[in-house]
Ligand binder design. Sequence first.
Ligand code: NAD
Length: 282
Amino acid sequence: MLTLAAKPVAEKIRKSVQERSAAFLVRHHRAPKLSVVLVGTDPASVIYTRKKGEAAIACGMEHETITLPVTSTPVEVKNVIDRLNADPRVDGILIQRPLPKGFREEEVLYWVAPEKDVDAFHPVNTGRLALGLPCFQPCTPAGVMELLKHYEVQPAGKLACVIGRSSIVGKPMAAMLLQADATVLHCHSRTPNLRAISSQADIVVVAAGKPGLIDSSYVREGAVVVDVGIHRNAEGKVVGDVVFDDVARKASAMTPVPGGVGPMTIAVLLQNTIWAAEERSR
Ligand code: NAD
């Protein structure tokens, strides 16, 4: 069984981003810049934003995290985003989620200008993805595609099953696999008899957010299994949606948790940011 480890893939992407950032600096006399907006002090969000900032700086980018009080109104936050949208020195903008209560996601999605939307959440970018046009890549599913590419798992002509239909993982994942010429079975919480469907697939991507949902009875012999789920179990161990040891007996290749999909997300974010900088300065 081949372990689809993120480390070599994420390192390769970061190295390429570093080289492109250095070239951008020489050409434009400034580093590409990523701005992150954090509303409140949710401990997990504070850690995620810090990691994103450190990763950007390590790749030779400029970075700022703008922290706003949890009591900020949507208008106050939007004003900050508007200022960043208008700032020619800011290439990528990211609003750290979850936002406090009172923010309507269907409004927030439109705030970051599409050309600076490095999370790829703006409906213009999700629409472009659905149409197969060049666009920012939603970070987590694009990280999965990078893993598959690196380990020479070819989706073309394969039967792929995506479990989960969130806007940030499941839906763009299904769109990307379709774009890569897989035949896509898209399952979710209302899918009857998930096991009968997923166990037909050559590639199974699990993003259900349910620890241990997928055991070996859900996958066929020789399948490639990608686990997007991240959870901390009762013993404090990080686990995924897939029962790794059980499924590993049947799968031909699998992502570990941790060290599989997780590290790919920030790597793709950096890739999107340098792409934003290059495209904006054309
Ligand atoms: P979500 O809760 O928004 O969506 C979960 C999806 O799974 C839903 O569409 C739901 O219909 C489906 N689902 C739930 N139970 C199911 C079941 N029993 N059978 C079939 N489908 C089921 O979650 P999300 O934001 O898409 O995240 C999914 C998981 O991925 C979470 O564990 C999350 O922490 C993790 N995640 C990891 C990364 C990363 O960087 N590795 C990034 C984003 C999310």
